[in-house]
Write a protein that binds this ligand. Structure first.
Ligand code: SAM
Length: 260
């Protein structure tokens, strides 16, 4: 396994489950990851990078079951697992995750709405993905509600006028709940061209909500290294892995890592 580093960010060129197997038990505060969604094709980015995203369901189940087993072992008692995918396999991932973690440890989910691209008119548009949340010990999960983003309280204004003529003010903002609106536009300076790159602020939000400064966070399906960028901006240490040489090249460039 070749490794690359700068400061508190380490990247390993490895298959995700082999990378996790090398870690000691209970060493991570958070695993936040966006594994292959098994969309049934090849995912291609603007920079020429691509990865195969079409495993037979039994192979995908085997990969993700081992992933759930290893994350259960390496996440500390107050830690969290956040797994991001879409409608195609989220129901399967919930079941496969529950089999290993236990349904009582699946404590919620976040719907991530993206406004990118034309949704088309042939069928009901799918413009969201989902992050499943598992707590290693639900009643001891570290969580900071203040980390949630503020969102407008009501579209069109903060004042509601009741039928009795009285106006009630609710303030202009409240904390986000189950839905985050997160669009990474094609011209965003964050873009490195890697397929399926995610916005840094979603990772930053989860990292702030579920870990303390200085904590150790991991993403074993790192892609372009968004988790590493988010750990750097929030002051957390980060372990990244990906099996693709193109991902390794992209992350080392994006995060200015050197081989160790
Ligand atoms: C959805 S992309 C991650 C994108 C990332 N969140 C970002 O913002 O750039 C999934 C990544 O998982 C990697 N991958 C797929 N199967 C893998 C495996 N078994 N082990 C390690 N990496 C894998 C792919 O190479 C791809 O880079």
């Amino acid at each position: 396994m070749s490794a690359y580093r700068r400061g508190d960010i380490t990247l390993v060129h490895a298959e995700a489950t082999e990378f996790l197997r090398e870690l000691p038990a209970a060493c991570l505060s958070l695993v936040v990851t966006d594994p292959p969604w098994n969309t049934g094709g090849v995912r291609r980015g603007a920079n020429g990078c691509a990865y195969d995203d079409a495993l037979p369901v039994a192979d995908y189940e085997a990969l993700m079951t081992t992933f759930f087993e290893e994350t259960f072992r390496v996440i500390e008692p107050s830690g969290t697992l956040a797994v991001w995918a879409d409608y195609r396999f989220i129901p399967y991932l919930a079941v496969w995750g529950d089999r290993v973690w236990g349904a009582q440890r699946r404590v919620g989910e976040i719907i991530v709405e993206s406004l990118l691209g034309n949704p088309g008119k042939a069928r009901w548009p799918v413009k969201h993905s989902t992050i499943l949340l598992f707590a290693r010990t639900p009643d001891r999960q570290r969580f900071d509600h203040a980390a949630l983003p503020d969102v407008p309280r009501r579209p069109g204004g903060a004042v509601r006028r009741e039928s009795n003529g009285k106006a009630y003010s609710y303030g202009t903002e409240k904390k986000a709940a189950s839905v985050l609106s997160a669009t990474l536009s094609n011209t965003d300076p964050q873009r490195v061209g890697y397929p399926d790159q995610k916005p840094e602020w979603v990772y930053e939000t989860l990292i702030r909500a579920f870990t303390l400064p200085g904590a150790l966070v991991a993403d074993p399906f790192a892609g372009s290294g968004t988790c590493g960028a988010a750990c750097e901006s929030t002051g957390r240490a980060c372990l990244l892995a990906d099996r693709s040489s193109q991902a390794i090249e992209t992350v080392t460039k994006r995060l200015r890592l050197t081989e160790v």
